[in-house]
Design a protein around this ligand. Structure first.
Ligand SMILES: [Zn+2]
Length: 185
């Protein structure tokens, strides 16, 4: 496996902000590493899913064509509007960022990507908070548990989404230093 700085990553909010997540869209993304192009992919947008199209080669192997399907999930924001998430093709968790540390684009949990030590404490705190909220809401976090007040449910849901975003952002900040910037072609 190559160094951390050659990972390619995709941020779903970046795509959303640029209004790329519209069914029927087709675009390219490319990455740079130390000023040199380090790879590119094509992306086809379907109904709530993306198809990532690219070529991958392991050491001493032939190039393979890869088509990876990534589903999207949407949650409502506190301040109105919706925000998108990737459903990681590896673990089905809702995540904001996918990275290609090997053949497929997967989340940091699947690749066990490391963050720098100064951010680890922050990240752990955000993750602990998120896990506690998930515990209270149960496995189907979008359904109100029996006996829970609607207001309590709404508040916990909003806090959960915030904690998920925070956990993503911490990783994102750290990752941007070594994953390179996602660029529009
Ligand atoms: Zn995953």
């Amino acid at each position: 496996m190559s160094g951390l700085d050659s990972y390619k990553r995709i941020d779903v909010r970046y795509l959303h902000r640029r209004k790329y997540l519209q069914s029927g869209y087709y675009f390219s993304l490319s990455w740079n590493c130390g000023g040199e192009p380090s790879g590119d992919i094509r992306v086809a947008v379907g109904d709530d899913c993306l198809t990532l199209i690219y070529r991958f080669r392991d050491y001493s192997e032939e190039w393979q064509d890869v088509r990876e399907r990534v589903y999207l999930d949407w949650t409502r924001c506190n301040y109105g509007g919706k925000r998108p998430w990737f459903k990681c093709p590896g673990c089905r968790q809702r995540v904001g960022i996918l990275a290609a540390a090997s053949r497929l684009f997967l989340c940091r949990h699947c690749y066990r990507l490391k963050y720098s030590s100064q951010l680890e404490t922050d990240l752990e705190r955000a993750q602990r908070k998120r896990d506690k909220l998930r515990e209270r809401l149960g496995e189907k976090e979008w359904l109100k548990p029996k006996g829970m007040h609607q207001k309590t449910f709404d508040r916990l849901r909003a806090r959960l989404i915030e904690a998920e975003m925070r956990a993503d952002e911490i990783w994102c900040m750290d990752a941007s230093a070594w994953l390179g910037r996602l660029k529009r072609r």
